[in-house]
Design a protein around this ligand. Sequence first.
Ligand code: C2E
Ligand code: MG
Ligand code: MG
Length: 561
Amino acid sequence: MIQSKQIRKSQLVLVVDDMEINRDVLGIILEDQYEVIFAADGEEALQKIYQYQHCLSVVLLDLIMPKMNGFEVLEHIRNDDSLQYLPVIVLTAEKSAELRALQMGAADFITKPFDVHEVILARVARIIELSEGRQLISAAEHDKLTMLYTRNFFFEYANRIQHFQQARMDAVVLNIEQFHSVNALNGYEFGDEVLRTLGDEIRAFLQETDGIASRFEADRFDIYCAHQGDYQAMLNRFQNALNKLSHKSSIRLRMGVCLWAEGVDPVLMFDQANAACSKVRGDYMRHLMVYDEQLREHELLDQRLLNDLQRAVDERQLQVYYQPKYDVTGERPRLSSAEALIRWNHPELGMIPPGTFIPLFESNGQIGVIDKFVWNEAARQLSEWHARYDIDLSVSVNLSRVDLFDPVLESTLSSLVESNGLEHMNLKLEVTESAYTENSDYVIETVNRLRDMGFEIEMDDFGSGYSSLNMLSAMPIDVLKMDMKFIRNIEHSEKDLRLAELVLDIARYLKVPVVAEGVETEGQLQLLRDAGCDIIQGYFFSPPLPADKFEELIKRELNRA
Ligand code: C2E
Ligand code: MG
Ligand code: MG
């Protein structure tokens, strides 16, 4: 009994009435069970409400008062979001006022002259209980930062909408590009402001359109809304809201949409919208994608390839092709090296190019399986060619960014070289430029250790990333591989030729040779050679070849010597 009284006493009631006698009566009725405070008019009421905002359980509010009446107080409470959970019981003698008060958000009413005490106590207790229950639910229901639904409630409501509503509802997923960088560059407070701004704009949008929204996690927002004719316009609207927020950093949104289809449940729709959204991650040109049949097929194919990988290794469906690199510094081109490139000869799908599966295995972390296979095979093959032909030939293999974080990378590579009787310098390592950009200190350290061991490092796809000259001179590299896009048009565009020459200048500044890849014509070869390019790789000399075909190139080379 005592215990329950103590608990009750922790609840605070504000009694607002201009008549002292009414305040006294209510005070006496309530004081046994509640902490009670008083106000004599509307203004004082508001002042107390704000003063005790965080511990006030209920307000008993007289309607007719001097200065500011009860209706004005109600109006004020209704317009202030921070007071949305504060229940108000109005005190009134007029039947007509009851309805108006209820319409303005009052939770209940107590009639004057005052009823039996127990009735008043019971009403107050019930309203407090109801409102505390509502607040508890609301805390779990809404994300604190954006006031959008939390994930579980969102899907609960989305399911209900799907069952009961006739309208076509689409699923939209919004995500912020590189949100971790936004945080890292501008601080978490700014990051929170970005999320809040987006939340506000989404809520404003949903006042115009049927629907609900949730902050699914960190920077992913899910919106279940009535079908929109123009999703680009919807994305622009949210993007503009963020543009206004900051001039110092540009924040990019990407959006995936899954259109309504009969009987598809919201969870699956949002999975698909999210898959669409992921497809445009990091894309500088495209920020919106609608999930469609083609994407569905892509997903199915991805799933299939993921499942089939181990079998592919076991059954030797993976093959290593070799593309020659020719040294063009001398009088005639000399076969100096080869790049090992993976091919997947799938029993049902045929030959699959690496562009289809490398990014997939990179993103799920299994790329190591493929890369190790290629390194092993390339080292074994090279050592066989050395033994058979006594030729000065090296092979480059590709390293994924993921490989650089493998704690046993160095020992794996060096035991590979030793067990095949090769020198470290026979196995060159191609690391793509973009691998250096994130977490670059760690990557640079790793690459430096590999170099110290005697491996040569080729920076692949140079010019596709965003390294500054400053960064470049800190990067451990022995060779630059110029990205193909520089070469494609050099015969027809003066500007492209000058860009290629610029890359060659950078390489001279760094004192490293340049490999030009993707050289397809004699014209390109000439221009590059004249500009001082050392090594050429591309269809002009040869496409990537299976080992036995490449071996013929070796023999031809030896015959010519
Ligand atoms: P990359 O390392 O830049 O390889 C060069 C790509 O250019 C190869 O594509 C090659 O076939 C292609 N190529 C060569 N000469 C020409 C030409 O004259 N014209 C055109 N249009 N293309 C040419 P491929 O074999 O499809 O490989 C694509 C990418 O996949 C590679 O780009 C590399 O990033 C990745 N890759 C290939 N094999 C492996 C591997 O074993 N491990 C890893 N991690 N990535 C690999
Ligand atoms: Mg490469
Ligand atoms: Mg390349």
